[in-house]
Design a protein around this ligand. Sequence first.
Ligand SMILES: *Cc1c(COP(=O)(O)O)cnc(C)c1O
Length: 411
Amino acid sequence: MNQSQLAILGGEKVKSKPFGSGKRFGMEEAKELLEALEQNTLFYHFGNKVKQFLADFNAMYGVQYSVATSSGTAAIHVALGTAGVTVGDEVITSPITDQGTLIGILYQNAIPVFADLEPHTYNLDPASIEENITSKTKAILVVHLAGNPCDMDAIMDIAKKHNLKVIEDCAQSYLTTYKGRLVGTIGDYGCFSTNDFKHISTGDGGIVTVNSGDKEDYYRTHAFADKNYRRHDDSVEKDIEYLAPNYRMTELQGAVGIAQLKKLDWICKTRNTYGEQINKGLQGVPGVSPMEITEGGWGTYWFYMFRLNLDKLSCTREEFSAALEVEGIPNQPGYLPKVLYEIPMLKKQQAYVNSRFPFELSNPNYESGVCPVAEEILNTAIRISISEFYTEKDIEEVVDGIQKVADYYSR
Ligand SMILES: *Cc1c(COP(=O)(O)O)cnc(C)c1O
């Protein structure tokens, strides 16, 4: 392997056979959908599909209450709203995440504050969270990135000490565990996405777990996803005291969700096996730092991301990525093009046209350099897709490809 010429220089490529693929939807979903239509209603409160989907989810997660939403973004907004996040509050979160993590914060007219990350788990560094707490901080919105749990013991201790709410963004982390506990059940609320790119898909959709187990907390969460209508059992209360959006899930999504949930265990176990296989294979590869799963964690690898130690390689990250691509291993340099505080909306502190509200309430620091570790991660990372439909051989070849390119450029 070491001696072989890189494919980009005319050598033979490591991967010549296509990656394994498969169908994520089948007759199981179709049957549920047909039943949904036969109910003659697609409204979650009258039908049984969303209710069944949540009941199955609750059983799987060992929680008493959860609420369905129209997206993961919506789930996070609902959690924030129910947690009492309001105008001028600060919410501490990660600068490397989907945009959807931020949207609810800004729609509550609260201000995102970015804490720095751990260099190899790519998750929030508890020490940096604590440094960013001010008298305005209301909540910590943790992101379990790519199926890797955050250091929840340390984060929950900080939250307790400063009396903060903890919301878990689990959009990329189905069935991920931390010290034996499922992420999404540790903080006050756990938020999931069922958009078409996650472990399971209902087209779009989301779930919020209500971890207090308190019925009134559940009712408030439920209402916040449904215009603040209090719709339980046979009664509906429409005397609205505070603003809330309509983020309801439809019966069609619930129906697909029921069938998808049955596949989740297999999907997550397979991804864990493949992610661990890559992680093991990359130990000791020159110039490559594998992904680190947080201590006590069990990862479900929504993607696999490793970092290059460019001091030890005679190439740029882009050259490495291109060489790997030609070996037959598709990959992306980095994850987001920039950390979130560098996107124009935040850099210019302008979420609403012709207004600096709500940023003017807090004057947050969104200058480059605020989270140096996060910036360094994005500048040196290479991301590989993982699919439960890949074969073990595919994963072996991914490792061989990375090793071949690393060996070449480390000589
Ligand atoms: C996908 C994702 C979201 C948003 O979910 P949508 O269903 O697309 O709204 C939020 N946070 C993270 C980390 C995500 O990956």
